[in-house]
Design a binder for this molecule. Structure first.
Ligand SMILES: [Zn+2]
Length: 344
């Protein structure tokens, strides 16, 4: 008996030691111990952000093509993060705005699609100008037997979107901020079009779209802000942030003379631009992984990515500060303006 008791006690003590060790190991893990990251972020949770990118860009999600189970799984992981950070669903019906995914040759019977819409209330919730931060979570799926994981395009934008939302939940903005994970970018901006068309967001209140698409991979440490050509007044804001940003923040890629390097119509912000709403698109120069099976988590530049995310917080904060002025820069909308306020 005694021996058995001793063994039992020893086993319990061993278990306690094991749990304590695990606890210390986990609690001792800090941002400064993330492989490849030496920069100390001022605003974002780098570890959580990188983990989400790793998950979204894993082979298990099979490239997140819209209308596939991998895309649905990606949506589930992002929704879980929205809930964990304490973001609020914008729609009365919950997080998801349905998006119809059109059949395509490689997927004749697509499953349902959806945007995820959350928001952080400002000082006058439900009134005044808003910023809509967007990032698409879909990618190219499997082609010729190869998985296109889309780590930079655009698991990185989704990670940054959640990191921004988490920051502003802890540091409330002046104006309402909407955070939208968009479906269907790679198949014709379907999510962004649905967002605008279905009045899922209060279009009449949208002052600015901040679109994040490919923000994690730059050996040169360069992040581009496109959009100031179309709304020249935004150049001052970008210049001001560039002066102290932890990345090299450049303007460009938004002029007709840039030809194929004019990114104005190349991601979801195009839909806002066409509706007369000022946009700022953030992304990196095309790299060898662009729309290539090599766009893997192992190929992103984590230190740059964390710096970029901090920079995006700085830009969003600065825009929030002068949002009524930015709202005044809207051009005549190409589509009817929607009613004010939160949808009932
Ligand atoms: Zn993209």
């Amino acid at each position: 008996m005694t021996t058995r008791k001793s063994i039992a006690l020893a086993a319990i003590l061993g278990l306690v030691a094991l749990l304590l060790g695990a606890f210390l190991l986990l609690s001792g893990r800090k941002d400064d111990e993330i492989p490849g990251v030496t920069y100390k972020p001022a605003f974002v949770d780098a570890s959580a952000m990188l983990h989400l990118v790793d998950v979204l860009a894993s082979d298990a999600l099979e490239g997140r093509a819209s209308g596939t189970p991998g895309s649905e799984a990606a949506r589930g992981f992002i929704r879980k993060r929205f809930e964990e950070i304490g973001l609020q669903p914008w729609l009365k019906t919950g997080w998801e705005q349905p998006v119809t995914i059109l059949p395509r040759p490689e997927l004749p019977e697509p499953g349902p699609g959806a945007n995820l819409i959350g928001w952080v209330p400002g000082k006058t919730p439900g009134a005044g100008p808003v910023i809509v931060v967007t990032a698409h979570y879909d990618h190219l799926g499997i082609r010729d037997g190869e998985i296109y994981n889309g780590a930079d395009d655009n698991a990185s934008g989704c990670g940054a979107l959640v990191a921004l939302a988490a920051h502003f939940i802890g540091h409330p903005p002046q104006h309402d901020l909407l955070f939208v994970a968009l479906d269907g970018e790679e198949v014709g901006f379907l999510g962004a079009r649905a967002l605008m068309r279905d009045a899922a967001i209060p279009l009449g209140r949208v002052a600015l779209n901040i679109n994040l698409d490919m923000v994690s991979r730059s050996d040169a440490g360069e992040l581009y802000a496109a959009g100031a050509f179309h709304t020249p007044e935004l150049a001052a804001l970008i210049s001001e942030i560039a002066a102290t940003a932890p990345v090299t923040l450049l303007m460009g890629h938004d002029r007709p003379e840039d030809g194929p390097n004019d990114w104005t119509l190349q991601s979801d912000h195009a839909v806002f631009q066409q509706a007369g709403i000022p946009f700022l698109y953030f992304g990196v120069e095309d790299h060898p992984g662009y729309h290539n099976p090599g766009d893997d988590f192992s190929a992103i530049t984590p230190d740059f990515y964390v710096r970029a995310a901090d920079t995006l917080v700085m830009v969003t904060r600065a825009a929030d500060t002068i949002l009524p002025e930015i709202f005044a820069l809207r051009r005549a909308p190409a589509e009817p303006v929607q009613p004010e306020g939160k949808p009932e």
